[in-house]
Design a binder for this molecule. Structure first.
Ligand SMILES: [Zn+2]
Length: 234
């Protein structure tokens, strides 16, 4: 069976669902007059396959997309006081981040981050694995937020030790027992389990993993996404 085809088919349904969910969510937010509550997780999540912005990429069925060029990444204006995406990528590549799904090695990763210039925006990497495969912290850090959203499902926002980067894990089947906000975690610690919560296709369990550069105010829901692929696939 062709895995890519399966993922592509799943994502098509995924996308249609994402549009429906996004529309419902926006409508609900407007009705309550409390858009900020709904907007925060969506903006912070960059929850691949969950925002209308990423739909064109997903519709194409995860066909390999051109890697964002260095010049494109560099041209993105970072908030004052934070590393540029290019600097951040270099820094993280030197950190020996762990692939966050137990048993998955670098050769199994595929780049699925696309830049906004092409109109495609996933801003993350999808790592396929059987349901309930342990999800591991990519490095030491702090659990900044455990957030359950309609799109990302059970999600974890982990800050790195410098509090300048945020690691985002989505579509978890469940959290590790006892995991709490504010808790320190170690590289390789089990923090959750692969699943299909949120709008992941039920037949395609995977971890949606993203890295963002935090703004100076350290809001878990805000940041500049950078491609996790090069930091993981070494
Ligand atoms: Zn994704």
């Amino acid at each position: 069976m062709n895995l890519r085809h399966v993922l592509g088919s799943g994502l098509l349904g995924f996308v249609l669902g994402a549009f429906a969910v996004a529309s419902l969510q926006n409508a609900a937010a407007v009705r309550r007059g409390n858009a900020a509550v709904e907007k925060s997780p969506v903006a912070g999540a960059s929850d691949g396959a969950t925002t209308p912005a990423e739909s064109p990429a997903a519709t194409s069925g995860h066909v390999p997309v051109p890697a964002p060029s260095r010049s494109t990444v560099t041209n993105a204006a970072p908030p004052a006081g934070t590393p540029s995406p290019a600097d951040a990528e270099r820094e993280l590549q030197a950190r020996d981040l762990l692939i966050p799904v137990q048993g998955v090695n670098a050769s199994q990763l595929t780049r699925s981050f696309t830049d906004a210039r092409t109109g495609h925006e996933h801003d993350a990497i999808d790592i396929l694995a059987p349901r309930n495969t342990p999800v591991l912290a990519v490095e030491d850090g702090t659990i900044a937020k455990l957030f359950v959203s309609k799109l990302g499902g059970n999600t974890i926002y982990q800050f790195d030790p410098s509090q300048r980067f945020c690691y985002y894990y989505a579509h978890l089947e469940r959290y590790a027992d006892g995991l709490k906000e504010g808790q320190s975690v170690r590289r390789g610690q089990i923090i959750g389990y692969v699943g299909t919560s949120g709008n992941a296709p039920p037949e395609t369990p995977h971890l949606h993993f993203a890295i963002s550069i935090l703004n100076p105010d350290h809001h878990w829901w805000e940041g500049t996404a950078i491609d996790p692929y090069d930091a993981l696939a070494r």
